[in-house]
Design a protein around this ligand. Structure first.
Ligand code: NAD
Length: 465
């Protein structure tokens, strides 16, 4: 029998409407070969199209129930870490394929168990990986820290070349951009492509994408494939080339945009005057389009309002706005997150968690990102075993680590919580270059690890696991 040195647990996601799963059977192969065991909660992959039997066929073991899973796992893989979605504003999730309005909140299902049930199941020393939303919901990171777990937030992945395979935000944005176009095409009372038929010519739909990051570029490319005439705009001047590379026209506005991009490639928040001027200049472009897809975001901030009610009123009747930024408050003044509204004869969709509406491929991409990140964390551990090495000198590890040893250890999240900076001097990413926290609780032991980092001892696998 193969010796198991590390148990990696995959729970079923419990957020309302969440249909993704953090690990799919195929994505685990490399880690499994090296000696890790995948322990899966029954039904974890059901909603995304990965039945239990497929996990078992790939060598995973099914836990008896959620309790056993949480008790036995050294590492828990989540789409959304415990405490995250429970603290988010009530947001139903769209469902695809069941005829439901994708932008409408799911009917409020009675919670199967108290919101903090998973928090209570966590053990000090356990390692958690998932979307933890630390910049919008820093209190959730504090909750995790209070449980003594070591938590990594996938959305904090640095955008550097060697982390590209771990960039789950980009994966999910890709899916969201694609799906936004399908929603727009479905809601629009016009065809997307140009048609020349015996009954006459149909002119193509005109689509404007505002915010040409990952989701926006994918939306532009998808709309092009459907035959629409596509324009796109972004505040970052560098976006022009990318927009043109997907066959869309870049909309230039006479705005001073130097300084609009941070060193991570993200947009910076601009001042109120800038956004006012931007709205004024954009009004003409919005008016000329049948579909507007908005994806503009600034990390950790409310999405900027770029389309006002007045601009909506100027659009042709039947036009459609899909506000992909609805989760962050929305780019359109009239968006109601999680709902579809019709104002001035324009349909405005505010879908939430679009990636979860394409759960099979969203899970596949996310699982590969997570497996790649886990492979990175375990790169010096042969065979992968508890304790996991924690090399804080490494940018990827340091930037994604939010809680360890009973403390919130990410400087940005500490700031948001009003906590003082950690004692260690800041490294290049605003994170301590060495061990970030005081000695961990009793069940977490610190040990030296390869590469000059610190080692965190995760509890040994439960007997029989
Ligand atoms: P995001 O989701 O934070 O924002 C979406 C887009 O909205 C961004 O392009 C942003 O510039 C834009 N935006 C913000 N405010 C705006 C405004 N007022 N008007 C118009 N547009 C506005 O960003 P994202 O999609 O995650 O990615 C942003 C950048 O990061 C892109 O340049 C992307 O190519 C880059 N990126 C790099 C890597 C990598 O190097 N590994 C990986 C992924 C993305």
């Amino acid at each position: 029998m193969r010796a198991v040195s590390l148990v990696i647990g995959v729970p079923k996601e419990t957020a309302p409407g969440e249909r993704r799963v953090a690990m799919v059977p195929r994505a685990f192969a490399a880690l499994q070969k090296s000696g890790a065991e995948l322990l899966v909660e029954p039904g974890a992959g059901e909603a995304s199209g990965y039945p239990d039997a497929e996990y078992v066929a790939k060598g995973a073991r099914l836990a008896a129930n959620r309790e056993e899973l949480f008790a036995a796992a050294d590492v828990l893989l989540f789409v959304r870490t415990p405490g995250t979605w429970q603290q988010a504003p009530a947001a139903g999730s769209p469902r695809s394929g069941d005829g439901a309005d994708p932008a409408k909140p799911a009917p409020p299902a009675p919670p199967a168990e108290p919101a903090d049930a998973d928090l209570a199941r966590l053990r000090p020393g356990q390692v958690l990986i998932g979307f933890a939303d630390p910049l919008s919901l820093p209190a959730a990171s504090r909750e995790l820290a209070a449980r003594g777990v070591t938590a990594f937030a996938m959305e904090m992945m640095p955008r550097i070349t060697r982390a590209q395979g771990m960039d789950a935000l980009s994966s999910m944005a890709t899916v969201a951009g694609y799906k936004a176009v399908l929603l727009a095409a479905d809601a629009l009372p016009r065809l997307f492509p140009m048609l020349m038929t015996a009954a006459g010519t149909v002119t193509p739909a005109r689509v404007l994408v505002i915010g040409a990051g990952v989701a926006g570029l994918f939306a532009a490319a998808t709309a092009r494939r459907l035959g629409a005439v596509v324009s796109a705009y972004d505040v970052r001047p560098a976006a022009r080339e990318q927009v043109e590379s997907v066959g869309a026209k870049f909309v230039s506005l006479p705005l001073e945009t130097s300084g609009s991009e941070d060193r991570g490639g993200y947009a910076r928040e601009m001042d109120a005057d800038f956004y006012r001027r931007q709205r004024e200049l954009m009004a003409g472009a919005v008016k000329e389009h049948d579909v507007v897809i908005t994806t503009a975001a600034v990390p950790g901030k409310r999405a900027p309002v770029l389309v006002t009610g007045e601009m909506v009123a100027g659009m042709a009747p039947g036009s459609v706005i899909v506000d992909v930024a609805a989760e962050r408050g929305g780019n359109c003044e009239l968006t109601r997150p999680g709902e579809t509204v019709v104002e001035h004869q324009v349909t405005i969709l505010g879908p939430l968690n679009l990636a979860a509406t394409v759960p099979y491929h969203a899970s596949q991409l996310y699982a590969r990102n997570v497996a790649s990140f886990l492979g990175h964390l375990l790169r010096d551990a042969r065979p992968p075993a508890a304790p996991l090495p924690l090399d804080i000198a490494d940018e990827i590890t340091r930037e994604t680590l939010i809680a360890h040893g009973g403390e919130v250890v990410h400087e940005r999240v500490r700031q948001l919580l009003g906590l003082s900076p950690t004692a260690a001097p800041s490294g290049p990413g605003g994170q301590p270059p060495a061990a970030p926290s005081p000695p961990p609780p009793a069940s977490v032991g610190a040990s030296a690890a390869a590469g000059g980092g610190v080692g965190i001892a995760v509890n040994a696998p439960t007997p029989g696991a």
